[in-house]
Write a protein that binds this ligand. Structure first.
Ligand code: 57M
Length: 358
């Protein structure tokens, strides 16, 4: 909105020309998101406590979690606001990529909201059924995939790190592939969100990484120099990523150990969906496996555990997702969290190195 209101006035006030720059708007989107989080955060946490919107803890889990019973949840509504409002303020709203990403972010957030709300109402940990949730997530990501497919100039090719000449064209199947990435990302972040700050830390790092990817993909010269796929218009997603970084840091302020609030599915699904969509649009879908390596590892640990238990009746981990395994081994919660953040930073650096190693 500010971009549309103020940039045209640069002919009268030359200082307003600065609104043209994606870098400027990205920084202010991040700052706006932080300000929204800091102003609304304490108020929201109070309201959630007042209305007893608290977490029910499963009795089969690690004992260390029993004391978290009643921690306010659904803090993801704050994350959603702190992403959507700054994006509406600072991004170019004629850009389809911005709207597709907002569609998934808000859509996935709505599914998570209904799930959380039902859990809170029933005062147990059963929300929407897994099937209901999956159908809605698939429908939303299908809509996003179709919109991208129909967008003139959007390529349905894949790009692989380390193999610059490999660009298989998936054609119509790209829609299915995009759905897989977006839904997979949403679910993987959801599984990771089981310790204070465990999901939001790697999410901030991943959003920062994709902020750079989006900027580079949107800049024809830089994209050509780095031999990455140029995606005209994708640069605007840097502004949205900036808001994600700000919203993430603002939420971490309250969610860091010992957490004053949990994000709930409204937060984890919307963040995961947003990240997946940005990876698809910037044509850095495969690299998401590296950037979001923590989320991938958490999801794989569940798949491996369930498969092994079903086939051989044996568990690979003491408990899945893998963060529970470390908890049951006796690692203190903050140690697991910070170590996962460190791994996440290393993975982001490896992913960034793929820009050069082609
Ligand atoms: C989300 N939700 C947390 C909070 C958060 C298939 C199976 C592996 C699925 C998995 C599952 O249900 N995952 C979904 C995990 C929950 O947090 C809430 O959920 C939101 C995110 N969706 O925002 O609202 C609990 O996590 C803890 N937490 C924190 N700090 C935070 O900042 O401490 C969350 C955020 C909270 C709190 O305790 O209550 C969750 O873990 O439930 N299921 C599991 O993870 C279960 N694993 C399991 O059954 N493993 C089996 C097999 C089937 C794989 C095995 O290993 O044998 C465990 N979940 C729990 N206890 N809670 C089982 C033990």
């Amino acid at each position: 909105m500010l971009y549309h209101l103020l940039y045209p006035l640069h002919t009268h006030f030359s200082a307003l020309y600065v609104f043209k720059y994606i870098t400027f708007r990205t920084i202010y989107a991040a700052i706006t998101a932080l300000v929204i989080s800091f102003i609304l955060g304490p108020w929201l946490i109070n309201k959630l406590s007042e209305h007893q919107i608290g977490q029910s803890i499963r009795k089969v889990g690690p004992e260390s979690h029993f004391k978290k019973e009643g921690t306010p949840t659904m803090g993801g509504t704050l994350i959603l606001l702190a992403i959507v409002l700054p994006t509406l303020l600072w991004a170019d709203l004629t850009n389809l990529y911005v709207w597709v990403t907002l569609l998934v972010t808000i859509g996935f957030g709505a599914v998570g909201f209904v799930d959380d709300w039902r859990k809170v109402k029933k005062k147990n940990s059963d929300g929407l059924s897994a099937r209901q949730k999956m159908v809605w997530l698939m429908l939303i990501s299908l809509a996003a995939g179709v919109l991208l497919y129909l967008h003139p100039g959007f390529k349905t090719t894949l790009a692989f790190p380390f193999f610059k000449a490999l660009h298989p064209d998936l054609g119509l199947f790209y829609i299915l592939f995009a759905m897989l990435v977006v839904v997979g990302s949403g679910n993987a972040v959801n599984l990771t969100d089981g310790l204070d700050g465990l999901a939001i830390g790697p999410m901030i790092i991943a959003s920062g990484t994709y902020m750079l990817f989006a900027y580079l993909a949107g800049n024809a010269k830089l994209a050509e120099y780095l031999q990455i796929s140029a995606v005209p218009g994708a640069g605007e997603l840097a502004v949205l990523c900036g808001a994600m970084v700000g919203a993430g840091l603002g939420f971490l302020w309250f969610n860091t150990y010992p957490a004053q609030v949990f994000m709930g599915d409204v937060g984890s699904l919307s963040l995961g969906g947003a990240l997946g969509t940005i990876a698809v649009i910037t044509k850095q879908e495969i690299v998401l496996v590296i950037v979001g390596g923590i989320f991938v590892m958490e999801a794989l640990s569940v798949i491996a555990q369930v498969t092994s238990f079903r086939l051989y009746g044996k568990r690979i981990f003491r408990m899945a997702p893998i963060h529970h395994h470390f908890e049951l081994k006796g690692w203190p919660e903050p140690k697991i969290i910070v170590r996962f953040w460190i791994v996440s930073i290393i993975l982001a650096l490896v992913a960034l190195s793929t820009l050069k190693l082609r």
